[in-house]
Design a protein around this ligand. Structure first.
Ligand SMILES: [Zn+2]
Length: 320
């Protein structure tokens, strides 16, 4: 299994230096594959390093790999490198904010695990855990988000703080554990009698759905938001009709549209079950406005530009 060549030029420089000074050791490492933690072994052999250390660690995945398929079934950690200057280029690329692909772009580069796992395969809960780990490593655990009080007569500006180190990793619903472990899906029967399978979508699947619906919206020239349609398309992994399983996005979309369309009763049942199957990092907190005392409960951590750009307000040129 070969590693992506462009991931870390610093590491490659270090490797070639070791090859020059100590060829036998370098060859031995090559035989063992990329899986060995070279940042540690390099340090022992080469205490004076001309380049900054290559920082990578195994990050725990809250899903414990239950939703992954094939050889990634049960994958519970991934080797991730910390953010570097290349990521700063990504963070200052305006189009990534506009088309909401910023986090995906960051994740593409930071997974350095030699097992071949691609960032699009991540389920949202694992993606969020990795993003939090990166955030803490680069900017510390306090995530400050500016906001304005939502009481009309107040409306004063303030900052809300989430302590990222104090967020519990979630457990999945034990009711579905066995089925998810075996298949990564949960089969359910809708109120209408149709059998469908639900899953927790990968980030790649979410992007695929978004693209499909963006195209549809453009063609129909509609302002409709498609939130529910999008949610349904991402969580339904297959539809079983007359004993035949349909699992492509196109087929599922067609099934939803067939006849008078998927009923609201079925739609709501799917959404309710998908929620039970999913695992999410619980970030909700209660905040009290220091100006008027207004209490707002269950405020979930918002993924804003401040997540990887804490001093965003002071920087011009990105927002306009
Ligand atoms: Zn207030």
């Amino acid at each position: 299994m070969s590693e992506k060549p462009t991931i870390n030029p610093i590491k490659r420089i270090q490797d070639s230096q070791i090859e020059n000074t100590n060829p036998s050791a370098a060859e031995k490492e090559e035989e063992e594959g990329e899986a060995t933690d070279k940042s540690q072994t390099n340090e022992e052999k080469n205490p004076v390093q001309p380049y900054p250390d290559y920082e990578a660690e195994f990050v725990d995945l809250p899903s414990k790999g239950i939703f992954y398929k094939g050889r990634f079934k049960g994958l519970d950690k991934l080797k991730i490198r910390k953010l570097n200057y290349q990521d700063e280029d990504i963070l200052t690329t305006k189009s990534y904010y506009e088309n909401e692909t910023l986090f995906n772009e960051i994740l593409k580069g930071v997974i350095v695990d030699p097992n071949g796992f691609r960032s699009e395969q991540l389920v949202p809960v694992d993606r969020d855990a990795i993003l939090m780990w990166l955030r803490i490593g680069a900017f510390g655990k306090d995530y400050n988000v500016p906001y304005a009080c939502d009481q009309e007569e107040c409306g004063k500006k303030d900052t809300r703080t989430w302590d990222l180190a104090d967020i519990d990793m979630p457990e999945y619903n034990p009711k579905f554990e066995k089925e998810l472990q075996d298949t990564g899906e949960v089969a359910i029967t809708l109120p209408s009698g149709t059998k469908v399978k639900l899953t927790v979508p990968s980030t790649g699947r979410e992007l695929e759905v978004k693209k499909m619906l963006d195209t549809e919206k453009r063609q129909l020239k509609t302002e409709r938001n498609y939130i529910i349609t999008g949610r349904l398309l991402t969580v339904i992994s297959s539809v079983i009709l007359d004993g035949k399983e349909f699992n492509s996005l196109k087929e599922i979309r067609e099934w939803m549209r067939a006849g008078t369309g998927l009923s609201i009763i079925d739609s709501r049942y799917i959404q309710k079950m998908a929620k039970e199957i999913d695992v999410k990092i619980k970030t909700a907190k209660t905040f009290t406005c220091k100006h008027c005392g207004h209490v707002e409960e269950d405020v979930a951590l918002p993924m804003t530009i401040y997540f990887f750009w804490p001093e965003y307000e002071e920087i011009s040129g990105i927002s306009n």
